[in-house]
Design a protein around this ligand. Structure first.
Ligand code: 48H
Length: 258
């Protein structure tokens, strides 16, 4: 016999237990694209209580779409170790270029990150941050459907030791902090520098250099790092995104371990 209300209780209790448990955590990541998922995996694996809020229904960000809807991604030599770490299959295309199925890559990132202990909440948008004494101390969230319907409903606040902006091209969390801090980001002029036009070679290098703290306790990775510190875009090559996620995890791990 299957009882409908048991199904309802199971879902509600399981979800609320997990959500209630992460009201305070070590790290909150905004965005479940490749860089956010990668960062979440490496941090959760090290035992940090790590939470990821994703606005959309499905995780993956720009990865499942591959290049112009061709569901393939390219990864260069430097990123191959991460494909291996996540068990993502790939083919060598030419020396230094590997091609993988974008859906498999996304599925493997999500699977390994969840199994490492990353708590992923989809359909939730980070709409603000908590700032205490000029230090980011958490995020303010609401259902994405509330945002979409433009309903006037107050959000809830979640505390953490570190926030990572992995929201991709729009670098939404950094934008919020830029606006509300009156332009006090750790960029040359305190403001968001903005993404530059395509130059894959330089973009991949700069993505890693730009992966760093942008305001006390707020870090950027992935495309958000280039948008904040001013680097070009790179198209559907994903080594930089994955390595940036790993790099921000290493930086945050070091900081939290001090
Ligand atoms: C919660 C949010 C919010 C918010 C946005 O765009 P992404 O895939 O991000 P990255 O940086 O991991 O990867 C970038 C890559 O996909 C890409 O676009 C590349 C390589 N482009 C190169 C080029 O030349 O165009 O994922 C960001 C995620 C998305 O899923 C958003 O829905 C989510 O963040 N998001 N989640 N709260 N405020 N804003």
């Amino acid at each position: 016999m299957i009882e409908e209300t048991v199904i309802s209780h199971a879902i509600i209790e399981s979800y609320l237990k997990e959500l209630n448990d992460v009201v305070e955590s070590d790290v909150i990541i905004g965005g479940a694209g490749p860089s956010g998922l990668c960062a979440g995996y490496y941090l959760a694996r090290e035992g940090f209580k790590t939470v990821l809020f994703e606005r959309g229904l499905k995780p993956g960000g720009g990865m499942p779409g591959g290049g112009m809807m061709f569901n393939r991604i390219v990864v260069q030599d430097e990123g191959k170790e991460i494909l291996d770490e996540f068990g993502i299959q790939y083919e060598k295309y030419k020396s230094g270029y590997y091609v993988a199925h974008s859906l498999e890559a996304t599925a493997c990132l999500v699977d390994k990150a969840l199994k490492a202990g990353l708590k992923i909440f989809n359909l939730i948008t980070i709409e603000d941050v908590i700032i205490h004494k000029d230090v980011v101390s958490g995020v303010v969230i609401n259902w994405s459907s509330v945002e979409m319907a433009k309903l006037h409903i107050d959000p809830l606040s979640f505390r953490c030791k570190t926030v990572i902006d992995a929201t991709g091209h729009p670098c939404e969390i950094a934008h919020i902090v830029e606006r509300k801090s009156g332009g006090k980001l750790l960029t040359p002029d305190g403001k968001i520098s903005g993404e530059h036009s395509m130059w894959a070679e330089i973009a991949e290098k700069l993505t890693l250099e730009n992966t760093r703290e942008v305001y006390p306790n707020l870090y950027v990775c992935g495309m958000a790092a280039n948008a904040v510190f001013g680097g070009p875009r790179m198209g559907p090559i994903f080594g930089g995104m994955l390595l940036s996620g790993k790099k921000v995890a290493e930086i945050v791990k070091k900081k939290l371990s001090q």
